[in-house]
Design a protein around this ligand. Sequence first.
Ligand code: HEC
Ligand code: HEC
Ligand code: HEC
Ligand code: HEC
Ligand code: HEC
Ligand code: HEC
Ligand code: HEC
Ligand code: HEC
Ligand code: HEC
Length: 417
Amino acid sequence: MKRRIGVIGLLLTVTLASPDPMAAQDGADSCIACHEMLSGRLGEPVQAFAEDVHMEAGFGCAACHGGDPTIQGPAAMDEAKGYIGRPSPGQVPDVCGRCHSNASFMRQYDPSLRVDQVAEYVTSVHGQRLLGAADTAVATCASCHQAHSIRPASDPRSSVHPLNVADTCESCHSDPARMEPYGIPTDQGAEYRRSIHWETMSEGGDTSAPTCNDCHGNHGAAPPGISWVGNVCGQCHVVMADYFGESRHAETFTMLGVPGCAACHQNHDVQPAHDEMLGVGEAAVCSQCHRESDAGGTAAEEMRTLIDGLRLALDTARTVLLDAEDSGMEVSEALVSLNDGQSALVKSRAAIHAFDVEAVREEVEPGSEISEEALARGHAALRDLQVRRMGLAVSVIIIGALIVGLVLKIREVERPA
Ligand code: HEC
Ligand code: HEC
Ligand code: HEC
Ligand code: HEC
Ligand code: HEC
Ligand code: HEC
Ligand code: HEC
Ligand code: HEC
Ligand code: HEC
C-alpha cells in the first residue's frame, strides 16, 4: 500500500511541484561547506559531486535531498524545509523524476533530453519489483547512475558509457548471492565478454556494437520477448532480419517459443559466423532440429554446397590470377573483379536467413559468373605466358646456335693456314 502511495505521490510531485529554483543557486551552500569537513559516508559525496553533471548545471545537495542550504548549521537539514535525508530505494525514482519527468523544466537546460525515464522504468522488471513488491535488491536510478557522480553516457567516466555498462549491470547480475532468490543465471556478463560484440567494442573501439542496454533497453530493462528478439538484433543486422522475418522459420519459431536469432547465434555469447554452421554436420546449427533426410536438412546441405562452391571457385580464380601476376602478366582488372565475387559470397551468406535454397542460388550465381570469367582470364594469361616462354626459348636456341656458328667461323678464320 505504501508503495502505491509512493507512485501516486510521484505523479503528484511531478505535476504539482516545480523544482525549487533556489536549489539551482550555487555559492555559499551550507550543505557542502559542512559536509566537506565530515569524513566517510558523510564527506565522500562532496568529493564525488565535484564532477557531477548536476553540480556543473548549478545544483546543490538540496536539489535531491531537500533542506535549506542558506541556513548555516544543522538546521539546514530541517524536514519542514523538505529535507528527506538519505532517500530510500523506493523514493529514488520520485527524487529524480521531480526534474527528469518535467518537460518544461528540463527544456531550459537541454531540450534534446528525453523525459520518459521514470515512465519507462516503472514498466521494467526492476521498476515493477521495486514499486510493486518493495524489492530493494533491484536497480534504481541511483544504482545504474552513481548518485553523486552522474555523467552523460557520452563521457568515458560515466557508469553508463557504453564501455562501462556491462560492469554496471554485472555488479548485480554476476553476483550469485544477489541473484540467488530469483533463480536466474548469473553468466550473462561472462558470456557477453566472450562475444564478438564485446570484442568489437572493447578491442575495435567500435561503440556501435551492442552492450547490455542496447538489447535490453536503458530504462525498460527486460529480456526481449521471443517474438521480438529478431527485432532487437535487426536494429543493426537489418538484412538478416528482413530475410528471417519473411522465412518459414519466423512464425514457426515464435509458435514453438524458440528465441529467433538467438536459437542459432546465442543471445550473450554471439560468435563470428562461419560456413560450418550451415548443413547437417557436427558444427551445423541446423542439425539441432533437422536431419539429413528431411526437407530442411536437404535444403541446408544444398545451400552449403552452393556457398562452398562459390568460395572454392573464388579461391581458385584468385590463386591462378596471382600466379599470373607474379610472372609479370597484367591481370589487375580481373583481380579487382573478384571483389564483386566476394561481395556475392557475403550476400549469399546473408541470404541463408531466408531458409530457401533459391534465395541463396540467386546471390551465388552472379558470383559464380564473375569467378568463371576471372579464372578464364587467368588461364588465358598463363597460356600467353607459355607462348611467350616458348618464343623466348626458341629465340635463345637460335641466338645460341648463331653464337656457336660465329665462334666456329672465327676459329676457322684465325686458324693458321
Ligand atoms: C553543520 C553541518 C551540516 C550541515 C550544514 C548540513 N549537514 Fe547534512 N549532515 C551533517 C551530519 C553531522 C550528519 C550525520 C548526522 C545526521 O544524520 O544528522 C548529516 C547527515 C546528512 C545526510 C545523511 C542522512 C542519513 O540518513 O544518512 C544527508 C543526505 C545530508 N546530511 C544532507 C544535507 C543537506 C542536503 C544539507 C543542506 C541542505 C546538509 N546536509 C547540511 C552535518 C551537516
Ligand atoms: C542527483 C541527486 C543527488 C544529489 C544532487 C546529491 N545526492 Fe546525496 N544521495 C542521493 C541518493 C539517491 C542517495 C542514496 C544513495 C543510494 O541509494 O545509493 C544519496 C545518499 C547520500 C548520503 C548517504 C550516503 C550513505 O552512504 O549513507 C549522503 C551523506 C549524501 N547523499 C550527501 C549528499 C551531499 C553532501 C550532496 C551535495 C554535495 C549530495 N548528497 C547531493 C542523491 C543525491
Ligand atoms: C533538480 C533537478 C534534477 C534532479 C533532482 C535530478 N536531475 Fe538529473 N539532470 C537535471 C538537469 C537539468 C540535467 C541536464 C544538465 C545539463 O545538460 O546541463 C540533468 C542531467 C542528468 C543526466 C545526464 C543526461 C545527459 O545525458 O546529458 C543524468 C544521467 C541524470 N541527470 C540523472 C539523474 C538521476 C539518476 C537523478 C536522481 C538520482 C537526477 N538526475 C536528479 C536535473 C535534475
Ligand atoms: C538498469 C540501469 C538503469 C536504470 C535503473 C536507470 N538508468 Fe538511466 N540510463 C541508463 C543507461 C545505460 C543510459 C545511457 C543510454 C545511452 O547510452 O544513451 C541511461 C541514460 C539516462 C539519461 C540520459 C537521457 C536518456 O534517456 O538517455 C537520464 C536523464 C537517465 N538515464 C535518468 C534515469 C532516471 C531518472 C532513472 C530512474 C527512474 C534511471 N535513469 C534509471 C541506465 C539506467
Ligand atoms: C542493483 C542491482 C542491479 C543492477 C545494477 C541491474 N540489475 Fe537487472 N535486475 C536486478 C534484480 C535483483 C532483478 C530481478 C530478477 C528477477 O526478477 O528475475 C533484475 C532483473 C533484470 C532483468 C529481468 C530478468 C528476468 O528474466 O527476470 C533484466 C533483463 C535485467 N535485470 C537487466 C539489467 C541490465 C541490462 C542492467 C544494466 C543496464 C541491470 N539489469 C542492472 C538487479 C540489478
Ligand atoms: C545482443 C543482445 C544482448 C546483449 C548485448 C545482452 N543481452 Fe541479455 N538477453 C538478450 C536476449 C535476446 C535475452 C532473452 C533470451 C531468451 O529468451 O532466451 C536475454 C536475457 C537476459 C536476462 C534474463 C536471464 C537470462 O539469462 O536469460 C538477463 C538478466 C540479461 N539478459 C542480462 C544481460 C546483461 C547484464 C548484459 C550485459 C552484460 C546483457 N544481458 C547483454 C539479449 C542481449
Ligand atoms: C536457423 C539458424 C539461424 C537463425 C535463426 C539465424 N541465423 Fe544468422 N546465421 C546462420 C548461419 C548458419 C550462418 C552462417 C552462414 C555462412 O557463413 O555460411 C549465419 C550467419 C549470420 C551472420 C554473419 C553473416 C556473414 O556475413 O558472415 C550474421 C550477422 C547473422 N547470421 C545474424 C543473424 C540475425 C540478426 C538473425 C535473426 C534475425 C539470425 N542471424 C538468425 C544461422 C541462423
Ligand atoms: C547495436 C547494434 C547491434 C545489435 C543490437 C546486435 N548486433 Fe550483432 N554485431 C554488431 C556489430 C557492430 C558486429 C561486428 C561487426 C560485424 O561483423 O558486422 C556484430 C557482429 C555479429 C555477428 C558476427 C558477424 C560475422 O561477421 O561473423 C553475429 C553472428 C551477430 N552480430 C549476431 C547478432 C545477434 C544474434 C543479435 C541479437 C541477439 C545481435 N547481433 C545484435 C552490431 C549489433
Ligand atoms: C529450432 C529448430 C530449427 C532449427 C535450428 C532450424 N530449423 Fe529449419 N525448420 C524448423 C521447423 C520446425 C520447420 C518446419 C516449418 C514449417 O513447415 O512451417 C523448418 C523448416 C525448414 C525449411 C522448409 C522445409 C520445407 O518443408 O520445405 C527449410 C528450408 C529449413 N527449415 C532450413 C533450415 C536451415 C538451413 C537451418 C540451419 C541454418 C535450419 N532450418 C535450422 C526448425 C528448425
